[in-house]
Write a protein that binds this ligand. Structure first.
Ligand SMILES: [Zn+2]
Length: 557
């Protein structure tokens, strides 16, 4: 039977209801019933996560709705309470001297994750966590509220995308002028929100006994098998192997277009004939996607039918909607949900296939034994999403038409490569920010400007003063919302590119390896998941160099 999104309901928990639930679980542990306690706890977490997912989704769907705002505030306030109770159970389970028995009952990786989690929380940081959520919501609401006049229309930041890649250079320039005028206008507020976020994160780290926020940030992302040194080495690989390639690609484009130089507002126009556009709007793309996924794999096709028929998709951009795209899930029913902001550009296709990768993974791993395994940690989750972007390449005629399919693939591949230097720059910036938590806003802007020259030396902002002075990072939601969550996309891109290389040789076998990886969900840490799929670790050796060499050959650069 098809579950419909409209039928999903979740009772609103209270502090008292959560406390009562946890008392029941503690009682089961008191009586020595560990299996009973684990089962009751898993069910309680599924109920809570389903409720929280609904609240955050409804807020994202309409950030101006007073009821949605009130619910989100309520959830933000309750979240530290829920964390406290959850950490108490994890501590109690981990205190059991029978660690082998616990690992057998709950899964060795789950136990490792809990050991990581309990080092990220003490009741003393509850108010800080709440403040962090509040600040992050302020950023989301500020961005969502942008109203920009361009070419006789009023659009939000997501709605600028079609203008930012218009074939008319003056329109692209105007779009970037408008975008950065918005950031300049709100620069002080954006700096203040971020200063407060850095301060509250540093304060939490100090209270928990960490020298800076960095080790705490890594633990909050449940990174159990690599650290900042590995990530720094990876950034260096990007600098060595990708930055020169992207520079060559831009020079190739400059010549093809006959531009005097490549300005910042030119970078989004990748294809001299105009970036290929989707064949239709959200409804048409949703229909075409069914044909595409059916052709790719019966598992994928059947799953997408459930998503589509059950209305687990919210694709069009509209006023008041939060920016970006994401996939969330309702673990009581085992169904994911895709949120996006389609604006009629090729990004719609990229976002669609990306979020479908997340959704398919969540679905494939729905029978994993516990809630900790339904999603992998984020760098591994992004392999599942980014790989699907590449695996859909042979079917792009369904999305952009036969004539534009090859041009779409080329544009997407260039975009994937050009993303890497930016992605590692966002990461490097945050390492510097949290190593220097008392830096002033001006110092942070200078940090960004310096790093940008390292990773994107070609950037030419022309008369765009705000980003020219180091303000570009403020447009990146992740820097505000989830510190250190961004390198994840670049690590995953290295793995997704490997799937792409393999699929060029054997499409069916690669699809099977991909589905198998999805089904493993989060049952192992990043390194093990990567290895299990036969991929080379981004941290080791030549994984990136090999994939980039293949891409350079395909792109003839
Ligand atoms: Zn993603």
């Amino acid at each position: 039977m098809t579950v419909r999104f409209a039928d999903i309901a979740a009772e609103r928990p209270t502090r008292d209801s959560l406390t009562a639930e946890h008392a029941t679980i503690a009682g089961l542990l008191d009586r020595g019933d560990r299996p009973g306690a684990l089962a009751a706890w898993d069910a309680a977490r599924r109920r809570y996560d389903t409720w929280a997912a609904l609240v955050h989704l409804r807020f994202a769907q309409n950030t101006a709705d007073p009821a949605a705002i009130a619910d989100r505030d309520y959830a933000d306030a309750l979240s530290p309470e829920a964390t406290e109770l959850e950490v108490a159970i994890k501590r109690r389970l981990l205190a059991d001297p029978d660690r082998a028995g616990l690992e057998a009952a709950a899964g060795a990786h789950a136990v490792r994750l809990w050991a990581c989690d309990i080092a990220t929380f003490e009741p003393a940081i509850k108010a800080d966590l709440e403040e962090e959520s509040r600040l992050s919501a302020r950023y989301t609401a500020l961005m969502a509220g942008a109203q920009i006049e361009i070419s006789g229309q009023t659009v939000n930041l997501a709605g600028l995308a079609p203008f930012a890649e218009d074939t008319d250079r003056a329109v692209r320039h105007a779009a970037e002028q408008k975008r950065w005028a918005f950031f300049a206008e709100h620069g002080d507020e954006l700096d203040a929100i971020y200063s407060d976020l850095v301060a509250v994160r540093h304060r939490m780290a100090t209270k928990l006994g960490y020298p800076t926020y960095t080790p705490l940030g890594y633990r909050r992302l449940r990174r159990v098998d690599y650290g900042p040194e590995d990530v720094a080495r990876y950034r260096e690989q990007v600098r060595t192997h990708v930055v020169p390639l992207v520079a060559r690609l831009l020079e190739q484009r400059r010549i093809a277009f006959g531009w005097d130089r490549v300005r910042f507002w030119d970078e989004a126009l990748i294809d001299p004939a105009g970036n290929p556009q989707p064949l239709g709007g959200p409804a048409e793309l949703a229909e075409q996607a069914q044909i595409m996924f059916d052709r790719m794999d019966p598992r994928l096709g059947a799953f997408y039918r459930r998503m589509h028929e059950g209305a687990f998709l919210d694709l069009p951009n509209r006023p008041g909607k939060a920016g970006g795209g994401f996939c969330t899930s309702f673990p009581t029913v085992g169904m994911p949900y895709i949120f996006a902001n389609f604006t009629g550009t090729h990004h719609d296709i990229g976002v669609f296939t990306h979020e479908m990768g997340h959704a398919f993974q969540n679905w494939e791993s729905r029978n994993q034994p516990n809630i900790d395994y339904l999603w992998p940690t984020m760098e591994a989750a992004e392999i599942d999403s980014m790989a699907l972007e590449f695996l859909t390449y042979p079917h792009m005629d369904l999305m952009v038409g036969e004539a534009a399919a090859e041009r779409f693939r080329r544009m997407h591949l260039i975009g994937a490569l050009a993303f890497l230097p930016y992605g590692v720059c966002v990461d490097h910036f945050q390492h510097e920010v949290y190593a220097n938590p008392t830096a002033t806003p001006a110092e942070r802007h200078a940090m960004w400007a310096r790093l940008e020259k390292l990773y994107m030396p070609w950037t030419d902002y022309g008369d765009l003063d705000y980003p020219a002075k180091g303000g570009r990072w403020q447009a990146k939601q992740h820097i505000y919302g989830t510190a250190f969550y961004y390198i994840d996309y670049t690590l995953a891109q290295c793995c997704a590119l490997q799937f792409w290389v393999r699929s060029r040789n054997d499409r069916a076998a690669t699809m099977d390896a991909y589905a198998a990886l999805c089904a493993r969900g989060g049952s192992a840490p990043f390194g093990e998941l990567v290895q299990s799929a036969g991929l080379a670790s981004p941290f080791a050796g030549n994984a990136l160099a090999d994939a980039v060499r293949e891409a350079a050959a395909v792109l003839n650069v």
